[in-house]
Design a binder for this molecule. Structure first.
Ligand code: NAD
Length: 262
């Protein structure tokens, strides 16, 4: 499952699943562009890749707001200029916020713009620019992995806009898989409960953090394999990015420790 001579762009690579995915892809030989709003965190991911003796690939950070199309175009240019190609795009950056979100009766234009701008327009911009680059530079073997959520598959009450953005990502991925076959493969992963900064932030940014431990505990309890570590998700992304997944496209893959099997 090697990724030598492949260039991967990972959005949201400064933290959580994106940081771990950047490291796993680099360990397997890919050159990785770590793209994020958070420059300190992104540089830390690059430093952790560069200081790891197990790592075969190299890494470069590019500050990117995925909700800004010009910034996303510059991210793709950066990958081509730094490593010569774009072969793998991991659309991972996203935000979850109970404050900006809520049940549909609390819908606000502001929250909608914030959440869809990052979680849906962002991946759309990245697909637009990265797929165009892949068709030029990737020799008919481009890969898109979109990171959605189990929220695309089962209800996540209180986060109706977030769930809608993740559901839309599943549909977008299928369209891309069909439109761009056989040059591009595109798949969606749907993580369950993963130990990252997003998880707690999503639960306590409504100002009431008293219910966080209980909510978390009950989600973990409902997951046959318990809480995931970011590396569990990163390894699935690495598989989908590799030639071992050469016949997998248009798929929606829960990486949820059995949560949706119940
Ligand atoms: P995280 O908060 O640890 O990381 C998200 C990263 O995205 C951060 O580095 C952040 O700076 C970056 N980001 C936010 N807005 C951005 C923007 N406009 N432009 C560029 N980067 C931006 O979160 P995580 O838990 O690692 O989540 C990664 C992905 O996994 C997300 O798509 C999330 O929806 C999905 N997911 C997470 C869980 C979970 O339990 N943690 C579950 C299901 C799905």
């Amino acid at each position: 499952m090697r990724l030598d001579n492949r260039t991967a762009v990972v959005t949201g690579g400064a933290s959580g699943i994106g940081a771990e995915t950047s490291r796993v892809l680099a360990e397997r030989g890919a050159d990785v562009v770590v793209a994020d709003l958070d420059a300190d965190g992104g540089e830390q991911t690059v430093a952790s890749i560069e200081s790891d003796d197990e790592t075969a690939g190299s890494a470069s950070f590019v500050e990117t707001d995925v909700s800004d199309e010009d910034a996303v175009a510059a991210m793709v240019d950066h990958a081509e200029e730094t490593f010569g190609s774009v072969d793998v795009l991991v659309n991972n950056a996203a935000v979850a916020s109970r404050e900006a979100d809520g049940p549909i009766t609390e819908f606000s234009e502001e929250g909608y713009e914030f959440l869809t701008g990052i979680n849906l327009r962002g991946p759309m911009y990245a697909c637009k620019h990265a797929i165009a680059a892949m068709l030029e530079t990737s020799d008919g073997t481009g890969v898109v992995v979109n990171n959605a959520s189990i929220a695309a598959l089962v209800a996540e009450p209180g986060m109706d806009v977030y769930t809608a953005t993740k559901g839309a990502l599943v549909s977008l991925t299928r369209s891309i898989a069909v439109e761009y076959a056989p040059e591009i493969r595109a798949n969606t992963i749907c993580p369950g409960v993963v130990q990252t900064p997003m998880l707690e932030a999503a639960m306590d940014d409504d100002g009431d953090d008293s219910d966080v431990p209980d909510t978390l505990a009950s989600m973990v309890e409902e997951t046959p394999l318990g809480m995931a570590d970011p590396v569990d998700i990163a390894r699935t992304i690495a598989f989908l990015a590799s030639a071992d997944a050469a016949f997998v496209t248009g798929a929606t893959i829960p990486v949820d420790g059995g949560y949706t099997a119940r």
